[in-house]
Design a protein around this ligand. Structure first.
Ligand code: GRF
Length: 192
């Protein structure tokens, strides 16, 4: 049976598009819709271009969850992928989709994770601390920001002349390469 995914994102949606492309024509996995809390986020434009439905939710709608849950149920969503989604998920949602929500974080967790650590802030902190490596973490989502069980980490070097732009680009390359197959594997390995 085809496993159905919803991808939640608050920003550009480059990961969302890459995941969508990876699974298009896939025999076991289908991306059914995108969901965002930001009406003006670039992911909305991407969804239009890809001709994939995008649901726009407010923080209140997310936290009340009932209506969103109905939408997820109606669409028979099996897994939820967070790709730069900045709102904290309500506990009830995490419980209903336990081990079926994956997040990607652009650092080697537990370093540079947690509330307020997103986007450029992560890489700026890595550079300010003169780290010699950084990377990505893909993990299951639990009640706390960036603390769920790790599924995969991949590293990249941080050179002495690294800039925000070059580090961002290294991290994006890791995300594009590893996030889709890691999702695929987690779906395959899932045991209810
Ligand atoms: C990625 O760096 C991801 O690790 C983080 O948010 C960013 C989303 O980028 N959680 P994009 O919207 O997929 O371009």
């Amino acid at each position: 049976m085809l496993k159905k995914l919803a991808i939640f994102a608050s920003g550009s949606g480059s990961n969302a598009e890459n995941i969508y492309a990876y699974f298009s024509g896939h025999s076991e996995v289908e991306v059914v819709f995108f969901c965002t809390n930001k009406q003006d986020a670039f992911i909305v434009k991407r969804a239009e271009k890809l001709n994939i439905p995008v649901i726009i939710i407010t923080k209140t709608e997310l936290n009340n969850f009932d209506r969103l849950y109905k939408k997820l149920q109606n669409a028979k969503i099996d897994f939820i992928i967070l790709a730069g989604f900045l709102l904290k998920l309500p506990a009830i949602m995490v419980k209903k989709y336990q081990n079926r929500i994956l997040n990607i974080h652009p650092s080697l967790l537990p370093k540079y994770g947690g509330r307020g650590m997103y986007g450029d802030k992560v890489h700026e902190a890595v550079l300010a601390n003169k780290e010699i490596e950084s990377g990505i973490s893909i993990h299951f989502v639990n009640q706390n920001y960036d603390e769920g069980k790790l599924i995969l980490q991949k590293t990249c070097s941080v050179s002495v002349d690294e800039t925000l732009e070059t580090l961002t680009s290294k991290i994006q390359q890791l995300e594009q390469k590893y996030f889709p197959p890691t999702i695929e594997k987690a779906i395959k390995n899932y045991k209810p």
